[in-house]
Design a protein around this ligand. Sequence first.
Ligand code: NAD
Ligand code: UD1
Length: 368
Amino acid sequence: MRILVCGGAGYIGSHACAVLAERGHDLLVADNFINSSPRVLGRLRRITGRPVFFQQADLRVRADVDALFEGPHFDAVVHFAALKAVGDSCRRPLAYFENNISGTIHLLQAMQAAGAKRLVFSSSATVYGDPDSVPVREDAALRTTNPYGRTKLVMEQLIGDLCESDPSFRAANLRYFNPVGAHPSGLIGEDPGGVPDNLMPYVSQVAVGRRARLQVFGGDWPTVDGTGVRDYLHVMDLARAHADAIDYLVGEDRSLTVNLGTGRGVSVLELVQAFARASGCAIPYEIVARRAGDVAQVYADPSLAQRLLGWRAELDLDAMCRDAWRWQSTNPDGYGKAAVEQAAVEQAAVEQAAGETALHEWAALAAG
Ligand code: NAD
Ligand code: UD1
Protein backbone atom coordinates (compact mmCIF):
# COMPACT_ATOMS: atom_id res chain seq x y z
CA MET A 1 0.00 0.00 0.00
CA ARG A 2 0.95 3.64 -0.35
CA ILE A 3 0.96 5.32 3.04
CA LEU A 4 1.41 8.94 4.12
CA VAL A 5 3.19 9.16 7.48
CA CYS A 6 2.73 12.61 9.06
CA GLY A 7 5.28 13.16 11.82
CA GLY A 8 7.23 10.16 10.52
CA ALA A 9 10.60 11.66 11.54
CA GLY A 10 9.62 11.60 15.23
CA TYR A 11 10.26 8.96 17.87
CA ILE A 12 7.28 6.66 17.33
CA GLY A 13 6.75 7.62 13.68
CA SER A 14 10.28 6.62 12.68
CA HIS A 15 9.89 3.19 14.29
CA ALA A 16 6.52 2.75 12.59
CA CYS A 17 8.18 3.64 9.25
CA ALA A 18 10.74 0.89 9.80
CA VAL A 19 7.97 -1.68 10.38
CA LEU A 20 5.71 -0.45 7.57
CA ALA A 21 8.61 -0.48 5.08
CA GLU A 22 9.54 -3.98 6.24
CA ARG A 23 5.97 -5.07 5.42
CA GLY A 24 6.51 -3.84 1.88
CA HIS A 25 4.50 -0.61 1.97
CA ASP A 26 5.62 2.51 0.06
CA LEU A 27 5.88 5.46 2.44
CA LEU A 28 5.84 9.22 2.06
CA VAL A 29 7.09 10.85 5.26
CA ALA A 30 5.90 14.41 5.96
CA ASP A 31 7.40 16.42 8.81
CA ASN A 32 8.53 19.94 9.71
CA PHE A 33 11.22 18.74 12.18
CA ILE A 34 9.76 20.87 14.95
CA ASN A 35 10.70 18.10 17.35
CA SER A 36 12.90 15.79 15.30
CA SER A 37 16.02 15.65 13.18
CA PRO A 38 16.39 15.21 9.42
CA ARG A 39 19.11 12.69 10.25
CA VAL A 40 16.35 10.19 11.00
CA LEU A 41 15.69 9.84 7.28
CA GLY A 42 19.19 8.64 6.48
CA ARG A 43 19.06 6.23 9.41
CA LEU A 44 15.75 4.86 8.14
CA ARG A 45 17.28 4.33 4.72
CA ARG A 46 20.03 2.29 6.36
CA ILE A 47 17.55 0.22 8.34
CA THR A 48 15.14 -0.49 5.51
CA GLY A 49 17.62 -0.65 2.63
CA ARG A 50 15.04 1.30 0.60
CA PRO A 51 14.56 4.95 -0.33
CA VAL A 52 12.47 6.90 2.13
CA PHE A 53 10.31 9.39 0.28
CA PHE A 54 10.12 12.64 2.19
CA GLN A 55 8.35 15.97 1.86
CA GLN A 56 8.86 18.86 4.25
CA ALA A 57 5.41 20.02 5.35
CA ASP A 58 3.96 21.94 8.28
CA LEU A 59 0.45 20.69 8.98
CA ARG A 60 -0.48 24.15 10.26
CA VAL A 61 -0.12 25.34 6.67
CA ARG A 62 -3.06 24.14 4.59
CA ALA A 63 -1.13 24.56 1.30
CA ASP A 64 1.64 22.28 2.61
CA VAL A 65 -0.92 19.62 3.45
CA ASP A 66 -2.72 19.91 0.12
CA ALA A 67 0.62 19.53 -1.68
CA LEU A 68 1.07 16.11 -0.05
CA PHE A 69 -2.03 14.87 -1.82
CA GLU A 70 -1.08 16.11 -5.28
CA GLY A 71 0.79 12.88 -6.04
CA PRO A 72 -0.46 9.31 -6.03
CA HIS A 73 -3.50 8.26 -4.00
CA PHE A 74 -2.80 7.14 -0.42
CA ASP A 75 -4.35 3.87 0.73
CA ALA A 76 -3.87 5.04 4.32
CA VAL A 77 -2.59 7.98 6.36
CA VAL A 78 -0.87 7.67 9.75
CA HIS A 79 -0.99 10.82 11.85
CA PHE A 80 1.79 11.18 14.46
CA ALA A 81 2.36 14.92 14.00
CA ALA A 82 1.68 16.72 17.27
CA LEU A 83 3.34 18.59 20.09
CA LYS A 84 3.32 16.33 23.12
CA ALA A 85 5.01 17.82 26.23
CA VAL A 86 2.51 18.21 29.08
CA GLY A 87 4.40 20.95 30.98
CA ASP A 88 5.07 22.94 27.80
CA SER A 89 1.37 22.70 26.91
CA CYS A 90 0.46 24.34 30.24
CA ARG A 91 2.80 27.24 29.42
CA ARG A 92 1.78 27.54 25.73
CA PRO A 93 -1.76 26.16 25.40
CA LEU A 94 -2.54 28.11 22.22
CA ALA A 95 0.52 26.76 20.44
CA TYR A 96 -0.68 23.24 21.27
CA PHE A 97 -4.23 23.89 20.13
CA GLU A 98 -3.03 25.53 16.93
CA ASN A 99 -0.52 22.84 16.06
CA ASN A 100 -2.42 19.75 17.07
CA ILE A 101 -5.97 20.71 16.24
CA SER A 102 -5.60 22.96 13.22
CA GLY A 103 -3.00 20.52 11.85
CA THR A 104 -5.52 17.69 12.21
CA ILE A 105 -8.32 19.71 10.62
CA HIS A 106 -6.10 20.50 7.62
CA LEU A 107 -5.14 16.86 7.27
CA LEU A 108 -8.75 15.67 7.45
CA GLN A 109 -9.85 18.32 4.95
CA ALA A 110 -7.13 17.33 2.52
CA MET A 111 -7.93 13.63 2.96
CA GLN A 112 -11.58 14.30 2.29
CA ALA A 113 -10.81 16.36 -0.81
CA ALA A 114 -8.51 13.63 -2.13
CA GLY A 115 -10.86 10.77 -1.26
CA ALA A 116 -8.31 9.23 1.13
CA LYS A 117 -10.45 7.50 3.76
CA ARG A 118 -8.27 5.41 6.03
CA LEU A 119 -6.60 7.10 9.02
CA VAL A 120 -4.52 5.75 11.89
CA PHE A 121 -4.32 8.28 14.70
CA SER A 122 -1.84 8.53 17.60
CA SER A 123 -3.99 8.99 20.67
CA SER A 124 -2.86 8.58 24.24
CA ALA A 125 -3.72 7.17 27.63
CA THR A 126 -3.76 10.82 28.65
CA VAL A 127 -7.44 10.88 27.54
CA TYR A 128 -8.29 8.84 30.68
CA GLY A 129 -6.72 11.42 33.03
CA ASP A 130 -6.75 9.90 36.53
CA PRO A 131 -8.79 6.72 35.91
CA ASP A 132 -11.26 5.42 38.51
CA SER A 133 -9.78 1.93 38.35
CA VAL A 134 -7.07 -0.12 36.67
CA PRO A 135 -6.59 -1.84 34.31
CA VAL A 136 -8.17 0.83 32.12
CA ARG A 137 -10.63 -0.26 29.45
CA GLU A 138 -11.56 1.77 26.38
CA ASP A 139 -15.01 2.52 27.82
CA ALA A 140 -13.55 4.25 30.90
CA ALA A 141 -14.55 7.88 31.45
CA LEU A 142 -12.62 10.37 29.31
CA ARG A 143 -11.29 13.30 31.28
CA THR A 144 -8.07 15.10 30.60
CA THR A 145 -6.02 17.13 33.05
CA ASN A 146 -3.89 19.43 30.87
CA PRO A 147 -3.96 21.29 27.52
CA TYR A 148 -1.97 18.59 25.70
CA GLY A 149 -4.46 15.95 26.83
CA ARG A 150 -7.36 18.15 25.79
CA THR A 151 -5.93 18.49 22.26
CA LYS A 152 -5.74 14.68 22.01
CA LEU A 153 -9.34 14.32 23.13
CA VAL A 154 -10.55 17.00 20.70
CA MET A 155 -8.58 15.34 17.88
CA GLU A 156 -10.28 12.00 18.67
CA GLN A 157 -13.66 13.77 18.64
CA LEU A 158 -12.97 15.52 15.33
CA ILE A 159 -12.08 12.21 13.75
CA GLY A 160 -15.13 10.54 15.31
CA ASP A 161 -17.44 13.24 13.96
CA LEU A 162 -15.96 12.88 10.48
CA CYS A 163 -16.56 9.10 10.62
CA GLU A 164 -20.19 9.81 11.66
CA SER A 165 -20.72 12.24 8.81
CA ASP A 166 -19.06 10.10 6.14
CA PRO A 167 -19.90 6.42 6.54
CA SER A 168 -17.09 5.42 4.18
CA PHE A 169 -14.36 7.08 6.30
CA ARG A 170 -12.57 4.68 8.66
CA ALA A 171 -10.23 5.57 11.52
CA ALA A 172 -8.17 3.71 14.10
CA ASN A 173 -7.67 5.62 17.36
CA LEU A 174 -4.69 4.03 19.04
CA ARG A 175 -4.37 5.02 22.70
CA TYR A 176 -0.73 4.48 23.58
CA PHE A 177 0.29 3.94 27.19
CA ASN A 178 4.04 4.54 27.87
CA PRO A 179 6.17 3.83 24.77
CA VAL A 180 9.88 3.27 25.50
CA GLY A 181 12.88 1.49 23.97
CA ALA A 182 14.34 1.76 20.51
CA HIS A 183 14.89 -0.09 17.23
CA PRO A 184 17.16 -3.12 17.80
CA SER A 185 19.71 -1.68 15.34
CA GLY A 186 20.41 1.21 17.73
CA LEU A 187 20.15 3.57 14.74
CA ILE A 188 16.92 5.31 15.78
CA GLY A 189 15.49 6.05 19.22
CA GLU A 190 14.02 8.71 21.48
CA ASP A 191 15.90 12.02 21.54
CA PRO A 192 14.07 14.54 23.72
CA GLY A 193 15.31 18.11 23.51
CA GLY A 194 16.39 19.65 26.82
CA VAL A 195 15.75 17.94 30.15
CA PRO A 196 13.60 14.84 29.61
CA ASP A 197 10.15 14.96 31.24
CA ASN A 198 9.63 11.24 30.99
CA LEU A 199 11.15 8.49 33.05
CA MET A 200 12.94 6.20 30.59
CA PRO A 201 14.85 8.91 28.67
CA TYR A 202 15.85 10.48 31.98
CA VAL A 203 17.15 7.16 33.32
CA SER A 204 19.05 6.56 30.04
CA GLN A 205 20.74 9.95 30.34
CA VAL A 206 21.74 9.23 33.94
CA ALA A 207 23.22 5.90 32.82
CA VAL A 208 25.23 7.52 30.01
CA GLY A 209 26.53 10.24 32.34
CA ARG A 210 24.61 13.23 30.96
CA ARG A 211 22.71 13.67 34.26
CA ALA A 212 23.90 13.09 37.81
CA ARG A 213 20.90 11.36 39.35
CA LEU A 214 17.26 10.56 38.86
CA GLN A 215 14.67 12.26 41.01
CA VAL A 216 11.92 9.78 41.83
CA PHE A 217 8.69 11.72 42.17
CA GLY A 218 7.13 10.34 45.34
CA GLY A 219 7.90 7.28 47.45
CA ASP A 220 4.58 7.22 49.29
CA TRP A 221 2.12 6.26 46.55
CA PRO A 222 -0.26 3.38 47.38
CA THR A 223 1.66 0.99 45.10
CA VAL A 224 3.88 -2.07 45.40
CA ASP A 225 6.96 -0.07 46.52
CA GLY A 226 5.56 3.43 46.99
CA THR A 227 6.64 4.69 43.54
CA GLY A 228 4.39 5.42 40.53
CA VAL A 229 3.26 2.50 38.38
CA ARG A 230 2.86 2.73 34.59
CA ASP A 231 2.39 0.46 31.57
CA TYR A 232 5.67 0.69 29.60
CA LEU A 233 5.57 -0.86 26.16
CA HIS A 234 8.32 -1.42 23.61
CA VAL A 235 8.17 1.05 20.73
CA MET A 236 8.69 -1.82 18.25
CA ASP A 237 5.55 -3.57 19.56
CA LEU A 238 3.75 -0.25 19.28
CA ALA A 239 5.07 0.29 15.74
CA ARG A 240 3.74 -3.13 14.71
CA ALA A 241 0.26 -2.16 15.91
CA HIS A 242 0.13 0.60 13.28
CA ALA A 243 0.71 -1.88 10.49
CA ASP A 244 -1.95 -4.17 12.01
CA ALA A 245 -4.38 -1.25 12.30
CA ILE A 246 -3.96 -0.38 8.61
CA ASP A 247 -4.65 -4.01 7.69
CA TYR A 248 -7.77 -3.88 9.87
CA LEU A 249 -9.08 -0.63 8.37
CA VAL A 250 -8.61 -1.92 4.85
CA GLY A 251 -9.50 -5.59 5.45
CA GLU A 252 -12.36 -5.31 7.96
CA ASP A 253 -13.52 -1.93 6.69
CA ARG A 254 -14.44 -0.76 10.21
CA SER A 255 -13.22 1.92 12.61
CA LEU A 256 -11.84 1.13 16.04
CA THR A 257 -10.47 2.64 19.26
CA VAL A 258 -8.03 0.51 21.23
CA ASN A 259 -5.58 0.72 24.10
CA LEU A 260 -2.00 -0.25 23.33
CA GLY A 261 -0.09 -1.41 26.38
CA THR A 262 1.22 -4.61 27.92
CA GLY A 263 -1.43 -4.77 30.64
CA ARG A 264 1.35 -4.95 33.22
CA GLY A 265 2.14 -2.20 35.71
CA VAL A 266 5.81 -1.48 36.45
CA SER A 267 7.00 0.82 39.26
CA VAL A 268 9.66 3.50 38.89
CA LEU A 269 12.09 1.49 41.01
CA GLU A 270 11.43 -1.72 39.07
CA LEU A 271 12.28 0.15 35.87
CA VAL A 272 15.42 1.64 37.41
CA GLN A 273 16.60 -1.82 38.50
CA ALA A 274 15.88 -3.34 35.08
CA PHE A 275 17.80 -0.52 33.37
CA ALA A 276 20.77 -0.95 35.69
CA ARG A 277 20.83 -4.68 34.85
CA ALA A 278 20.57 -4.08 31.08
CA SER A 279 23.20 -1.34 30.98
CA GLY A 280 25.58 -2.52 33.68
CA CYS A 281 25.52 1.09 34.96
CA ALA A 282 24.58 2.30 38.41
CA ILE A 283 21.53 4.61 38.35
CA PRO A 284 21.84 6.95 41.35
CA TYR A 285 18.46 8.25 42.49
CA GLU A 286 16.80 10.18 45.27
CA ILE A 287 13.18 10.13 46.30
CA VAL A 288 11.66 13.61 46.20
CA ALA A 289 8.14 15.09 46.45
CA ARG A 290 5.37 13.91 44.14
CA ARG A 291 5.12 15.67 40.74
CA ALA A 292 2.03 17.88 40.38
CA GLY A 293 -0.70 16.16 38.41
CA ASP A 294 0.78 12.64 38.77
CA VAL A 295 -1.32 9.61 39.66
CA ALA A 296 -0.43 6.40 41.52
CA GLN A 297 -0.94 3.83 38.81
CA VAL A 298 -2.17 3.59 35.25
CA TYR A 299 -2.02 0.48 33.13
CA ALA A 300 -4.06 -0.82 30.23
CA ASP A 301 -6.48 -3.58 29.63
CA PRO A 302 -5.14 -4.35 26.12
CA SER A 303 -7.53 -7.26 25.41
CA LEU A 304 -9.62 -5.35 22.83
CA ALA A 305 -6.54 -4.77 20.65
CA GLN A 306 -5.81 -8.48 20.84
CA ARG A 307 -9.38 -9.37 19.90
CA LEU A 308 -9.73 -6.92 17.02
CA LEU A 309 -6.18 -6.66 15.66
CA GLY A 310 -4.66 -9.90 16.88
CA TRP A 311 -2.04 -7.62 18.47
CA ARG A 312 -0.33 -8.10 21.77
CA ALA A 313 2.89 -6.72 23.21
CA GLU A 314 5.64 -9.33 22.97
CA LEU A 315 8.77 -7.60 24.25
CA ASP A 316 9.39 -7.43 28.01
CA LEU A 317 10.90 -4.77 30.25
CA ASP A 318 14.41 -6.21 29.87
CA ALA A 319 14.15 -5.88 26.07
CA MET A 320 12.86 -2.29 26.43
CA CYS A 321 15.84 -1.36 28.63
CA ARG A 322 18.38 -3.25 26.50
CA ASP A 323 17.27 -1.53 23.30
CA ALA A 324 16.96 1.92 24.91
CA TRP A 325 20.49 1.46 26.23
CA ARG A 326 21.89 0.34 22.86
CA TRP A 327 20.49 3.53 21.29
CA GLN A 328 21.60 5.82 24.13
CA SER A 329 25.08 4.35 24.52
CA THR A 330 25.87 4.45 20.80
CA ASN A 331 24.27 7.91 20.37
CA PRO A 332 25.03 9.63 23.68
CA ASP A 333 23.89 12.99 22.27
CA GLY A 334 20.96 11.52 20.40
CA TYR A 335 20.89 12.85 16.84
CA GLY A 336 23.24 15.60 18.00
CA LYS A 337 20.85 18.54 17.48
CA ALA A 338 22.41 20.82 20.09
CA ALA A 339 26.03 20.01 19.30
CA VAL A 340 25.91 20.34 15.54
CA GLU A 341 23.03 22.66 14.79
CA GLN A 342 24.58 23.94 11.56
CA ALA A 343 25.25 20.49 10.21
CA ALA A 344 21.61 19.63 10.85
CA VAL A 345 20.45 22.69 8.92
CA GLU A 346 22.67 21.70 6.01
CA GLN A 347 21.42 18.16 6.24
CA ALA A 348 17.85 19.48 6.09
CA ALA A 349 18.66 21.20 2.79
CA VAL A 350 20.12 17.96 1.44
CA GLU A 351 17.09 15.99 2.59
CA GLN A 352 14.76 18.60 1.09
CA ALA A 353 16.52 18.23 -2.26
CA ALA A 354 16.39 14.45 -1.92
CA GLY A 355 12.74 14.77 -0.97
CA GLU A 356 12.00 16.71 -4.13
CA THR A 357 13.70 14.05 -6.21
CA ALA A 358 11.84 11.47 -4.20
CA LEU A 359 8.55 13.21 -4.95
CA HIS A 360 9.18 12.93 -8.66
CA GLU A 361 9.94 9.25 -8.19
CA TRP A 362 6.83 8.99 -6.05
CA ALA A 363 4.74 10.56 -8.81
CA ALA A 364 6.39 8.17 -11.27
CA LEU A 365 5.16 5.27 -9.11
CA ALA A 366 1.62 6.40 -9.76
CA ALA A 367 2.21 6.85 -13.45
CA GLY A 368 3.87 3.43 -13.68
P1 NAD B 1 7.70 13.25 18.47
O1 NAD B 1 7.68 14.67 18.87
O2 NAD B 1 8.99 12.52 18.53
O3 NAD B 1 7.11 13.09 17.00
C1 NAD B 1 6.15 13.97 16.45
C2 NAD B 1 6.64 14.37 15.06
O4 NAD B 1 5.67 15.24 14.48
C3 NAD B 1 7.96 15.13 15.09
O5 NAD B 1 8.82 14.63 14.10
C4 NAD B 1 7.56 16.58 14.81
O6 NAD B 1 8.58 17.28 14.17
C5 NAD B 1 6.33 16.36 13.93
N1 NAD B 1 5.38 17.48 13.94
C6 NAD B 1 4.80 18.08 15.01
N2 NAD B 1 4.01 19.09 14.61
C7 NAD B 1 4.08 19.11 13.24
C8 NAD B 1 3.48 19.92 12.25
N3 NAD B 1 2.66 20.93 12.54
N4 NAD B 1 3.75 19.65 10.95
C9 NAD B 1 4.58 18.64 10.62
N5 NAD B 1 5.18 17.84 11.51
C10 NAD B 1 4.93 18.08 12.83
O7 NAD B 1 6.60 12.49 19.36
P2 NAD B 1 6.32 10.94 19.51
O8 NAD B 1 6.70 10.52 20.89
O9 NAD B 1 6.86 10.19 18.34
O10 NAD B 1 4.73 10.95 19.46
C11 NAD B 1 4.03 10.74 18.25
C12 NAD B 1 2.55 10.88 18.52
O11 NAD B 1 2.15 9.96 19.52
C13 NAD B 1 2.13 12.26 19.02
O12 NAD B 1 0.91 12.59 18.40
C14 NAD B 1 1.92 12.06 20.51
O13 NAD B 1 0.94 12.93 21.03
C15 NAD B 1 1.45 10.61 20.56
N6 NAD B 1 1.75 9.95 21.82
C16 NAD B 1 3.05 9.87 22.26
C17 NAD B 1 3.35 9.25 23.46
C18 NAD B 1 4.74 9.16 24.00
O14 NAD B 1 4.90 8.87 25.18
N7 NAD B 1 5.78 9.38 23.21
C19 NAD B 1 2.30 8.68 24.22
C20 NAD B 1 0.99 8.77 23.74
C21 NAD B 1 0.73 9.40 22.53
C1 UD1 C 1 3.42 10.81 30.46
C2 UD1 C 1 2.70 12.05 30.03
C3 UD1 C 1 1.24 11.73 29.76
C4 UD1 C 1 1.09 10.57 28.79
C5 UD1 C 1 1.84 9.38 29.32
C6 UD1 C 1 1.80 8.22 28.35
C7 UD1 C 1 3.95 13.83 31.15
C8 UD1 C 1 4.00 14.77 32.31
N1 UD1 C 1 2.85 13.03 31.07
O1 UD1 C 1 3.00 10.57 31.77
O2 UD1 C 1 0.57 12.84 29.22
O3 UD1 C 1 -0.27 10.22 28.67
O4 UD1 C 1 3.21 9.75 29.54
O5 UD1 C 1 2.45 8.58 27.20
O6 UD1 C 1 4.81 13.81 30.29
N2 UD1 C 1 9.05 9.89 37.06
C9 UD1 C 1 10.02 10.09 38.02
N3 UD1 C 1 11.08 10.89 37.69
C10 UD1 C 1 11.22 11.49 36.47
C11 UD1 C 1 10.22 11.26 35.49
C12 UD1 C 1 9.14 10.47 35.83
O7 UD1 C 1 9.93 9.59 39.12
O8 UD1 C 1 12.21 12.21 36.24
C13 UD1 C 1 7.92 9.00 37.38
C14 UD1 C 1 6.56 9.67 37.32
O9 UD1 C 1 6.21 10.26 38.54
C15 UD1 C 1 5.67 8.48 36.95
C16 UD1 C 1 6.58 7.59 36.11
O10 UD1 C 1 7.91 7.97 36.43
O11 UD1 C 1 5.31 7.77 38.11
C17 UD1 C 1 6.36 7.75 34.61
O12 UD1 C 1 6.45 9.13 34.27
P1 UD1 C 1 6.40 9.61 32.74
O13 UD1 C 1 7.42 8.88 31.95
O14 UD1 C 1 6.46 11.11 32.74
O15 UD1 C 1 4.98 9.09 32.21
P2 UD1 C 1 3.50 9.44 32.70
O16 UD1 C 1 3.48 9.98 34.06
O17 UD1 C 1 2.68 8.22 32.48
